[in-house]
Design a protein around this ligand. Sequence first.
Ligand code: GAP
Length: 534
Amino acid sequence: MQMEQLVALCKRRGFLFQSSEIYGGLNGFWDYGPLGVLLKKNVKDAWWRDMVVGHNEMKRQTGAPGLYEMTGLDCTIIMHPQIWKCSGHYDLFHDDMVDCRESKKRYRYDHVQGRAVTYQGKTIFVTTMETEKTQDALEQAALRFFGIRKKDAGNLAWDGSITAISQLADLSNVLAPDAKTVGTLTEPREFNLMFKTVIGALGGEEDSAFLRPETAQGIFVNFKNVCDSTRVKIPFGIAQIGKSFRNEITPRNFTFRSREFEQMEIEFFCHPSESEKWYQYWRDRRFQWYVDLGLAGDRLRLRDHEKDELSHYSCGTADVEYQYPFLPEGEFGELEGIAHRGDFDLRSHMEGKLVRDGNGLAPELDANGQPKHRGSGKDLSYYDEATRERFIPHVIEPSAGADRATLAFLCEAYHVDQVPNDKGEPTERVSLKFHPRLAPIKAAVFPLVKKDGMPEIAVEIYGELKKNFSAFYDDKGAVGRRYRRQDEIGTPYCITVDGQTVQDGTVTIRDRDSLEQWRVKKEAIVEELRERTT
Ligand code: GAP
């Protein structure tokens, strides 16, 4: 599938729009349209239902190593600035970036990639930001630079493989993606990804605060509140869905890397001696969730991080990854990370920012030997009344992106196939084969013709469906065209009221994927659809 076709469908049918489009758009920000908002809400609702409210703490479910409880939170986007100092985001949450002195553009150091190319004895390192058809983009840049025509591309001598410029020893021979001369890139500099804001009308620099770059910290700082107010017992998880903000240097690939996005995070608190078991459980459980909702096949994988990939706090991390069509052949992009965070977060909010010290963690000190960032000083340990043991829980964190999941479900759903039209001739059809739980519209209702009592019955059925599901009414054009319009937005079932309905009160239900049609009594439609879509 070509990504451009999906992007065009998303705009045409109202799934996604560029933010602030009439003013030229704002890079890295996306608006969900009428269908997109339903799709993303269904993704978040499925997550919340499957992970939180539908979880039964009286039963062992889905291979869990023991019984556990789940609860939720909804924290603020702006929190006390000290939180980000203790979490490490203030000092460590940055990317290296390079600026181009010629084009005035800024790039993420590890995102600019290229290859050495020689023409008539002159060698340069030509670069691009393209991830799809990278070699074609590099060739075009080289042709432009050397001022030669496409038909002479065979005279370019390429050397080595495509490499990120962050792997090069120096940048003096690099042609930046949007430059005409070589050597215009600055040395890499660190750029903190948190959006800064000021609290209060008269606020100065000392009143600076940050938009949260992750929802997780709101959970850690409320750990004690949740324990005290709900009497939950370890092991238990706290879940949160909400907006996060990162001032990404090079937002790209549709909603995959945005500056404003939503996360669905769980912080799961357990006894240190059991954390390995729970880590394995969540790693496998979260992978299975995507499989159950339709991301099966070889485009999805679960990848354990190598030791040198682990964050400063992590004892183990695995990523659920999906082969998004905008990535180069064979490459996967992160959908969700499942991390074993040990006791890093709760201890940091108690003691101040921690760093690795030998095999353990210790508060980071400033030049005067004082803690660099002070913690809250509050006791965030847990007392187990049954065992009479006090300990700092370990945390397993499944952290998913709602927008990346929505995008993966969209990519996976996109299909082009041949189906017979009204005259029985094979015609090309585009359909979004969403899992029925995720489909924005669950059913469409059509009167076959606009007479003979059919519209009245169809409107009545539509009204009943609307009380239960998102439904759509369409009486315009040939019925085949109406099916096609619904297929393209992923509606799993279409209900047609025809001459027989007027006689015997039955309607046809047509399945989007199998094209199978069957008749049911109109009173039975709601129940039939409930079984099939929830
Ligand atoms: N609390 C851990 C944490 O935030 P992360 O890997 O930085 O970990 C978790 O983010 C998830 O959030 C990612 O797997 C991804 O799905 C989503 N995410 C992160 N940055 C994003 C961005 N710029 N745009 C869209 N989604 C993003």
